[in-house]
Design a protein around this ligand. Structure first.
Ligand code: F6P
Length: 326
């Protein structure tokens, strides 16, 4: 017996398109299975301040198509302390919440892991981040939408890059991971992706220039992951000015546009399947796991594995980008 009557839901950390589809799926799967549902606003902060509201089916009507999160999100410093988590636990008990579903990225799931261990609470996580940097899952909720946003923006920049025969460095998000930069480069036919995963191994800018990437082309697009390790788009452009002044370079930083927008079909479907799987996991007595997707199947990934900073990137794709940019 799972011994759960009421499930609390919260979104935490950076928002990601598809979070609302997940909230809808969790709420309705839980209600369908006879649970009570309580929505917690502003992430862990809301657990501390008691911003909690019972959810009915109609509270999640017409949200599957919305970007952002109707539950709001926040980063709580207080929750990072034991005293904060104790207060959050007491509020949970007062509200009669027996289990939590947390939708967020690595920081949010690290918090969930600690909270679950200290207070013996069943918690299931959903990977909600555009960065795709959680281990044990092929993809995360929001990643596909962000990639599509990048693709649309880069397609537009290419028009002007071609007209003016310029070299463009386009910086994309990803925190310390290069998934958005690398797959964004594949999707847009960019001439290169500069990613943190190999930043300490090669001077990617020097390699790019030495390979004569401009030989047969009058313009070039380079996708740069935002990490300090890559130097970012501004850092690379400054180097070009200094070391290769023959290029007419420009910088675009895509920024938070990548976090917004209506989720793609792929993200809505992923979020819906994961939301349902989260409630099923609690029914099965699972705890301390993140729902992942592996080869199309829903899987349980222990939090300890999910938050390990070691998700491999497909390095072969770098060669693909290089080869196809001749
Ligand atoms: O984790 C998602 C993300 O968008 C990262 O790609 C980025 O580095 C960070 O969040 C930005 O955070 P904030 O919105 O707090 O500036």
């Amino acid at each position: 017996m799972h011994g759960i009557n009421c499930i609390g839901i919260l979104t935490s950390g950076g928002d990601a398109p598809g979070m609302n589809a997940a909230i809808r799926a969790i709420t309705r799967t839980a209600l369908y299975n006879g649970f009570e549902v309580k929505a917690i606003y502003r992430g862990y902060k809301g657990l501390l301040t008691g911003e909690i509201k019972p959810f009915r089916s109609d509270d999640v009507s017409n949200i599957i198509q919305l970007g952002g999160t109707i539950l709001k999100t926040a980063r709580s410093k207080e929750f990072q302390t034991y005293e904060g988590r104790q207060k959050a636990y007491e509020n949970m008990m007062r509200e009669g919440i027996d289990a939590l579903v947390v939708i967020g990225g690595d920081g949010s799931l690290a918090g969930a892991r600690e909270f679950a261990a200290e207070f013996d609470i069943p918690i299931v996580g959903l990977p909600g981040t555009i960065d795709n940097d959680l281990s044990g899952t092929d993809t995360t909720i929001g990643y596909d939408t962000a990639l599509n946003t990048i693709m649309e923006a880069v397609d537009k920049i290419r028009d002007t890059a071609m007209s003016h025969e310029r070299l463009f460095f386009i910086e994309v998000m990803g925190r310390s991971a290069g998934f958005l930069a690398l797959n964004g480069a594949v999707a847009t036919g960019a001439e290169a992706a500069i990613i943190p995963e190999i930043a300490t191994e090669v001077d990617q800018l020097a390699e790019l220039i030495q390979n004569g990437f401009k030989k047969s082309k009058s313009s070039s697009i380079v996708l740069v992951a935002e990490s300090e390790l890559t130097g970012g788009a501004m850092g690379l452009a400054a180097r070009v000015k200094e070391e290769y002044p023959e290029y007419d370079e420009r910088v675009t930083i895509l920024g938070h546009i990548q976090r917004g927008g209506s989720p793609t079909a792929a993200d809505r479907i992923l979020a819906t399947r994961m939301g349902e799987a989260a409630v099923n996991a609690l029914i099965e007595g699972q705890r301390n796991v993140m729902i992942g997707v592996k080869n199309g199947d829903m899987v349980y990934v222990p939090f300890s594995k999910a938050i390990r900073d070691d998700k491999p990137i497909n390095r072969d794709l770098l060669q693909t980008v290089k080869m196809l940019s001749i």
